[in-house]
Design a protein around this ligand. Sequence first.
Ligand code: 3H9
Length: 705
Amino acid sequence: MAVVGFEKRGEVALILVDNPPVNAISRQVRAGIIDRIIQVQEDPQVKAVILGAIGRTFMAGADIKEFGQPPLEPGLPAVLQALDHTPKLMVAALFGSALGGGLELAQACHYRIALKGTKLGQPEVNLGLIPGAGGSQRLPRLVGLKKALEMIVSGRPISAEEALEAGLVDRLAEGDILEAAVAFAEQMVAEHAALRRTSMLDVDTSDIEAGFFDAYRQKTAARSRGLVAPELAIEAVEAVTSMNFSDGVTNERRLFMQALYSKESEALRHVFFAEHVVRRIPHLDPMIKPRRIDAVGVVGGGTMGGGISMAFANAGIPVTMLEVSDQAIEAAKQRMRANYQGAIKRGKLTEAEVEERLALIRGTTNYEDFGEADLIIEAVFEQMDLKKEIFRELDRVARPGAILATNTSYLDTNAIAAETNRPGDVLGLHFFSPANLMRLLEIVKAAKTHPEVLLTAVKLAKRISKIGVISAVCHGFIGNRMLEGYIREAGLLVLEGAEPQDVDQVIYDFGFAMGPFAVMDLAGLDIGYMLRRQFPAERFDANAYRLLDRLVEMGRKGQKTGAGVYKYEAGSRQPQIDPVSEGVLAEERKAAGFPQRRIGDEEILLRCLFPLVLEGAKILDENVAYRPGDIDVVWINGYGFPAYKGGPMYWADKVGVGKIEAAIEIFGETHGGRWWQAGRLLKYLSREGLGFEEYYRQKFPSIYE
Ligand code: 3H9
C-alpha cells in the first residue's frame, strides 16, 4: 500500500496520507507528498487538490522517531516549499488531530476545512522543540501574533470552532470530511477563489504594545523553569515583527535545530516514548482481549474514593459509590461538587457539565448494589484487616467476571486477593491524590492476576486519561518504595547539619516543583507517621524520622494544621521558616549525637537522588517494573520529577551508572552500608560500562515491542 495515496473525483485530486496509527510525517510520507504534488501539477484536468489523510486522524506531526537520527531527505521544509509553489488550489481536509508538522502542512495550503471535533495545535514545546516547518511564521499570519504566540508557547491545541473563529480554518464540516472538502474545493474553483498563500499574507501587529515581548518572556520564564524551547519559540515568533517571511523561516530553522539538540528535548522525547511503551505488556498472548468495563463500584467516598469516582465520571463511566451512611454519601457528594468548582472557575467545565458528571455517581450504603459493576475499587484506610473484610464482601456480591481492585499504596495485594475465591480477578489500582487530576495509576499485578485483567486495567487507564504503569507486588510498589530512600536521606541530612529549607531549595533548583519537606507538609506529616507504625521498625532508620515524628506528636501535621516543618499563615500555602520547628530540630540533632557540619548543595542533591537510582535498579532486577522507562514515568507523573530531566533512571544514565555506583560505595563507607548498598544490576552495569536504557533495549528488545 502506498503511504501517500492518490485519487481523482472530477476535477479535484486527493492526496491522501496513509501512515497508521497517526499519519506521522515520516520520510516516505514527505517523499510521497512531493511526488503527488508533482503529479497533480502536470495534470491539466486537476483544478484543485485536497491534502487529506486516511484512518483516525489527519497528520499528527513529524515522525518523532526520526529526531536524534541522521536527517532523512527530503525534509519537511522541502514539502512546504512544494506546497507553497503549487499553482493549483490546495485545500487541507482536517480531522482528528492536526498537530505540529501536520498543522504546518495545512497552513501552507490555500484553504482549510476541518471536521467538528478536530484538535489543532503546535505541541512541539512539549517535546522541547519549536515548530520547525514555518509554523512560527505562518500561524501569526493566519490567526494574529498574540494568538499564535499563545498556541506555540503553551503547546495547547484548540478546537475546530476556535480555529474557525481565529481564522485558522475557513469552514467547519460534519459527516465525511473528504466529501465536504471536495465540495468546498469545487465551490472555490467555481468562484475563482484566489490562491491564498499564507506566506504572502501581512501580519497585523497593531495590537502589539511596546514592551509586549519582554513582559511575555517574563511571564513564560516563570512557568517554564528549566525549559529552553518556550524562549526559543518566542524568539521565532517575534521575528515576524522584523523579518520577511523567508528570513523568518531561516531564523526559525536555526532555532529549531538549537531546540532539537538540547538535552531537554532529548529527555522529553524519551518521556514521550516511555509513556507509550509503558502500555505494552511483555509477552502477552495476542488472543487475550480486555474485558468490558461499563459500570464501576467504589468502596469509600473519602478524598481518595471521591477522586476515583470523579475520574470515572469524567470519562462518562457510571459509578456506584459505597459509604457507611446517607450523611457520609452526602458529605462525599459535597466534596466532589466543591472540587468541580475549581474546573468551573478555570473555565474548563460548565455548571451543566458538572451536573452531568455528578449524576453519574450514585451513592449507596448497600454492598448488594455492586451486583452490576464490572470493576469494584476499594479505597478505604490503609488497614489490612479492614481491606480483607471488604474483599470478602466484594467476593460475595460481585458478579462472576467482575474485577476487584484495591487502592492500597503499600499493602500486600496477594494477601488481599487470597481473601477471595477469585484471585485471578484481583489486582491493585493505586491512584494518586487528587485522583481526579493526577495522571499516574500504578497497576499492581498480584501473583495470580489474570493477564486479561491486567490488560483490561491498562486499557482502562487510557480511557480515564491516566498513565497506567504495571508494578509487581512489593512494599510500596514502584513509586513509594523509591520514595523511602529519598525521604530518609532528607531526614538524615537535616540531622547532620543541613536546614530543611536548604534541602528543599536544592531539590527545587533541580526541577521538582517542591522539596521533600514542603511536600510532606502539604500531604500531611501524620500520614507517614501512621504508616511507619504499621510496619516493623527495622524497615526504617529511626534517626531519619526524629524531626517529623516529634512534630506530629506536637500536633504539627503540616499545612492542614497551619504548621509542620514550616509554618503557614491562615489561608496561605507559602512555607515560612519557623523557630519552633528549628528548636525541635536542634534538640533532635543533639539527641541523635550526630557531629554537625556544613553540607554542600551537591551532597544534598546526590544523597537525595542516588537512593532513587539504587532502589530503581533493585526494582528492575526483581522484575517489579518491566523497563527503566516505566520507573521514569512513575516518578515524573506521580512524584514531580522534572520531565525535562527524563526521570530518575534516564538521569542516572546521563550522570553515568559507574559514577553513581562509585558514589554509593563512598556514601556506604561514610554513612554506613545499611542503606548504601548497590544491588546486582547496578554493579553489573557499572562494571560493563552500560546504561539502564541501553542494557534493557539490547538485552530484552521484545519488552519494547
Ligand atoms: C513536529 O511536528 C515538529 C515539526 O514542527 C517540525 C519538523 C521539522 N511520531 O498517543 P497515542 C505514536 S513534532 C511518531 O496512543 P492517541 C505513539 O507513539 C511532533 N509516533 O494515540 C503511539 O505508538 P504505539 C508534533 C507517534 O489517539 C501511537 O502513535 N506532534 C507520533 O491517544 C498512538 O499514539 C506531536 O507532538 C508522532 N508524532 O493520541 C503529537 N504521535 O501505539 C504527539 C503519536 O506504538 N502525539 N505516535 O505506542 C499525540 O499527541 C497523540 O499521539 C495524538 C493521538 C493526539 C496524536
